[in-house]
Design a protein around this ligand. Structure first.
Ligand code: ZN
Length: 271
């Protein structure tokens, strides 16, 4: 199995997104003036395994608009085709895409992809809710043209600490797990690498490893309690299996992946 970290530009997010206040201000602050973070990477991932090339997310495109709490830094030269070429991969070879959740910085790159696209049925359902429709219009974040993913159910039973999962490779070494919080149908993809470590392509379950250890919900999670429960499940999983935890926007994800540093080792180093 070979996993590639791809980068499609950057995003800067408002401080109140990463460190929200509690109560009514939690989401209100997103729309009020405030400081922004340094540019954070927008990662997506390619997995070569058993002759099949899969993507987890597809990154952002240059046409994406900023929103009150996120500023995009993506040029056309940083979109998915170039990101894949940098990794020595060709888009035409992709046979399947799994999306962690349906925010633009994870799905807008689908405009470049012809392969079939898989989405958790709960995320697809959430997308058609009146609230999600209104937010897409207010924030001027339409779904990418031609968006037509196939829903799947997390009906494969437990995987490690996760109660709900679904294997997507024939040998069960690539598994989608249930990580609701940032969005109601958010999933992550765990790859059991050739050394038996779990490589967790975590989407936006958190924006950093630090946020995971701090059990801090972000400001966009519809229900912070659900978000925090998912973080506890991830930590329980990391305690059982050496896991390389890789959020999409963690500036340290690429280095952690390259050095194969597990969550346990990071926690020990931070202590
Ligand atoms: Zn994101």
């Amino acid at each position: 199995m070979k996993i590639h970290a791809l980068t499609t530009g950057t995003v800067s997010v408002k401080h109140s997104f990463l460190f929200p206040s509690h109560g009514a201000r939690r989401q209100l602050d997103l729309f009020l003036p405030g400081d922004f973070s340094d540019p954070l990477p927008i990662h997506c991932w390619a997995i070569e395994h058993d002759g099949v090339l899969r993507l987890v997310d597809t990154g952002e495109t240059a046409v994406a608009r900023n929103v009150p709490f996120a500023r995009m830094g993506v040029t056309r030269e940083q979109e998915l085709p170039a990101a894949m070429a940098t990794a020595g991969l060709a888009l035409d070879d992709v046979s399947e895409v799994v999306i962690t959740h349906a925010h633009g910085d994870h799905i807008d790159g689908l405009v470049h992809v012809r392969a079939r696209v898989l989405i958790n049925e709960a995320e697809l359902q959430f997308l058609s809710s009146p609230m999600a429709r209104v937010m897409r219009r207010v924030l001027r974040q339409p779904l990418p043209p031609g968006f037509g993913p196939e829903p799947f159910a997390l009906d494969g039973g437990p995987f490690g600490a996760f109660q709900r999962s679904r294997p997507i490779s024939d040998d069960g070494r690539i598994v989608v797990v249930d990580t609701p919080g940032h969005t109601p149908g958010h999933v992550s993809v765990i790859c059991v690498d050739d050394s038996g470590r779990h490589v967790m392509l975590a989407g936006d379950t958190t924006d950093s490893l630090e946020q995971l250890h701090a059990l801090r919900a972000d400001a966009v999670a519809p229900d912070p309690k659900v978000h925090i429960a998912t973080m506890k499940t991830i930590l329980a999983h990391c305690a059982k299996h050496p896991t390389i935890y890789l959020p999409s926007h963690d500036p340290e994800s690429a280095a952690r992946f390259a050095a194969a540093i597990t969550s346990r080792e990071s926690a020990a180093a931070a202590a």
